[in-house]
Design a binder for this molecule. Structure first.
Ligand code: UDP
Ligand code: MG
Length: 178
């Protein structure tokens, strides 16, 4: 199951679908998409519905619509709750994640890994502000003793076993990278 949190992504939804499906078709996976509209202010919800009605014969798609913006963590979690696959991967709708990295993630899953983290190989395309704040975040967390993978992303794979374990936590304020 591929989980896709979407906030104000009206121009990206379709390009995302094409890129993801092309990558998966090449690998021969059986897959579904779970796309979560996190209370977007633009036409993301409408674009997702159009995609659903157009593509439902070729790709199983579940659309989750939030009543307002709850944030990416909540959107990912709603995706987990609606996933039917043996394992899930989370990918951003804006195509900033390399869709082809999924293949390596799946290989590692098939070798028995329950969690596979996507880690940034470069921040060359980030603005100075983004790089400074993002890397600063990890450095401060590490300085405070938090065991966190440096520069990793929400782009990750998790097995059903992990999702089941996660569902036993009752936290309301999620921090899935932790
Ligand atoms: N997103 C979301 N809810 C939000 C903000 C973002 O679901 O409140 C989604 C967004 O549509 C994208 C992903 O989370 O698919 C990452 O968001 P963004 O590109 O803004 O973050 P960055 O690239 O800076 O990590
Ligand atoms: Mg982004």
């Amino acid at each position: 199951s591929l989980i896709v949190p979407c906030y104000n992504e009206q121009d990206n939804v379709r390009a995302f679908y094409d890129a993801a499906v092309n990558a998966f078709l090449g690998c021969g996976y059986e897959y579904e998409l779970v796309m979560v509209n996190d209370g977007s202010r633009d036409n993301t919800g409408i674009e997702l519905k159009k995609l659903f009605y157009e593509k439902r014969e070729e790709t199983p798609i579940t659309i989750v619509q939030f009543s307002r913006n709850f944030g990416k963590e909540a959107a990912m979690y709603a995706g987990f709750c609606n996933a039917k696959g043996d394992y899930i991967a989370v990918m951003d709708a804006d195509l900033q994640d390399d869709v082809h990295a999924i293949e390596q993630m799946v290989d590692l899953y098939l070798q028995g890994k329950d969690v596979v983290y996507g880690v940034r190989s470069s921040r060359k395309k980030d603005t100075f502000f983004k790089k400074f704040t993002a890397e600063g975040f990890y450095k401060i967390m590490q300085a405070m003793g938090v065991d966190i993978v440096f520069n990793h992303a929400d782009y990750r794979l998790m097995s059903k076993t992990v999702l089941d374990a996660l569902s036993e936590y009752k936290e309301v304020n999620l921090f899935l990278r932790g």
